[in-house]
Every structure is written in structure tokens, then in C-alpha cells.
Design a protein around this ligand. Sequence first.
Ligand SMILES: [Zn+2]
Length: 369
Amino acid sequence: MTNSTRCGECILPDSLPGVNLDKDGTCNYCRDFARKEDRNPHLSADERLRRLERLVAPYRKRGREYDCLVPVSGGKDSMLVLYAACRLLHLRVLAYNFDNGFQSARARENIQAAVKTLGVDLITYKPNEKLLDQLFKLFLTRTGEFCTPCNLIIQAAAYRIASQNGIPLILSGGSSRVFGGIQGVSQSKYADRAYFKNVLQGHVDFREAKRFVVENPWKRAVRRYTRTGPNLVDVLDYVYPGLEQTRDLLEKELGWRPTSDELEHGDCVLNPLKDYLQNRKWGYSEVTQSYSSLVRTKQMTREEALDHAEEEETRQPPAVLESFLNRIGMSREEFEQTKHRHFTEFPNYPQSRWYRMGKKAVALMRKVV
Ligand SMILES: [Zn+2]
């Protein structure tokens, strides 16, 4: 265990990189959150839903097969998005599920039950397993994490499936109300095409895996301006009844059942392993980060969050480790070495001067126009 002090408002420990406590013992994430809350007027649930309705209205067109694509994992967040798209927004939906070979049985059952109840088509995308295993091993060996390949493929495949089917809108569920990943700890905040390319360099030909990542930021910006690619809207920014209420709603309406712990991050059986990798470096993982978000957004008391987090942090190698190492062909000794690696050793876009200059130029143009 690490020696650390936790924020007095949420439960983030100052031993995590990038977490600083002020003289009152409040962390920078709580301070940022309070600043944002002050800036944004508080809207009622009805008003937020109306905003979302106005936002998606232009995407509804007669004669089109589908209005939107909803990526689903079987966990409660994506199931809520699917529910909202069908029952609240009344859109014609194509659901899409990414199968990395480690999906939990419960997650799969939840998806099947939901698409049946809501009457929507489902596409499952399962990428080349041999290449995926090679990427898992490469990322774990070089960067100490293995989630990036899946995170990027989920996104890239969503854009591709939407484009191929002429679908103008992707509805996702990745709001900060639910997940509070931390810069420098959660690779999901860091991973992009540049990072992916840099990790592959000298090991896997990028041309072979290019389809697994979205286009570069310039091409995507052009698509946004010319409206030639699908647009992405985060539904949970507008519709989010809260943890308990979401769970009750999904159980009642979709026959949904929890995938695992309170956080429902059991849609992938490798999740405990991801937590363990973060835990062995800092003594805490995304579990503690997510509970901190729940405290900040008043969905749970600090005491409850602390109890859950302490119980659910994976401090010992999880059972799935052995079968995972077997599948990707890595020895236990090689695995132990990976704790010395970190993803920040490989630059992503924000590390590049050109990217930062480009961003500034775009911001300036927006002001002028
Ligand atoms: Zn805090």
C-alpha cells in the first residue's frame, strides 16, 4: 500500500499522478468540477431531454434505414443510451457490438434481451483474433497496458459501420458523470492514432492495423466541416437519471441484469486485470477514480464510495491473468517486467508541436468567423 492522503470531498488519493490537494484538502478534480458546475446553468431533466431532441432532430430523415448507430457493450451506460434512442427519442436504431473474445456471458445476454425487447437490428464486429492478440501482447510489453487496441477499434469500427450504412449519427455513452478517468493513469484519456502508430513502430506494420483506428485529426476536422462523416453525440450528457434509477429502469424495461460490481464494468472479463495493472503501480485504479466521480456527482456518499472502492480494488493478480497470458503467449516473467513500462513513453497527438499549433489556429479561426 502507498502512503497517501485522500481528497476530503471525493476519495482520490494524492499518490495518483496529477492529483494535487489544496490547503483545505480538496483535489484538483473536485475544484475543476465545481468550476464547471458554476459555469453551466442547472437544467431540469425535461429541459435536458428537449435539448437532446433538438440536437438529433436534423438527423431524422424519411426513407433512411437507420437514423443512428448505438455501440453497445451490455453494461448499463450503453444500454441506457440504446433505451433513450428507441423509447425517448424514437429514432431508427442500428445497435453495434464489438466482440474482443473476452466479453462476459452476462453482457452478451443483456444485449440479446435489449435488442429483442426494443426491436432493433444488431451488428457484431469481431476483428481478426490473431492480430488482436498480437496487439494485446505488444501494448502490454511496451506500454504496460493492453486496453488501447480495443478502445480504438470500438471507435473506428463505429465510424466505419455508420459510414457504410449511410448513418449520419453515432450515439455514445461516455459521460464524465459516470467515469472519471485521470490524465496519466487512464490510458483511455491518452490513446489516439499517433500513440497507436508509435507503439506499433518497428513491430507491426501500421498498414495491417490501420483500419483499427479513426482517421487523423485533420481529416476528421475536414469531415466535420463538410458534414461528410457521421457526427457523435454523448447521450449521457443529456439523459442520466442517476445510478440507482438507471439500474431500476433497465431491469424493469429491458430485463437487464448487472454485469458485476456497483460500477458495472464487468462487460469485459479483462477489466479486473486492467485494474490490477494500475493498482500495482499506484495502489489505486480506475475503480477509485470512478467512485470519486460518483461522489462528485452526488450519486453516492463519500463513505459508501470508500467502502465499495476498498472492497473492489484488485490488489492481487486476478484469476483471468493466466488464461490471458496463455492466449497472447507471454510468460509470467515477461508479465512482471511490464510494470516498469508506461504509456506516456510513447507520444500522442497533444505532444506534437504541429498538433498544438493546428489546434490554436482552429480556435483562432472560430473566434474570427
Ligand atoms: Zn476530490
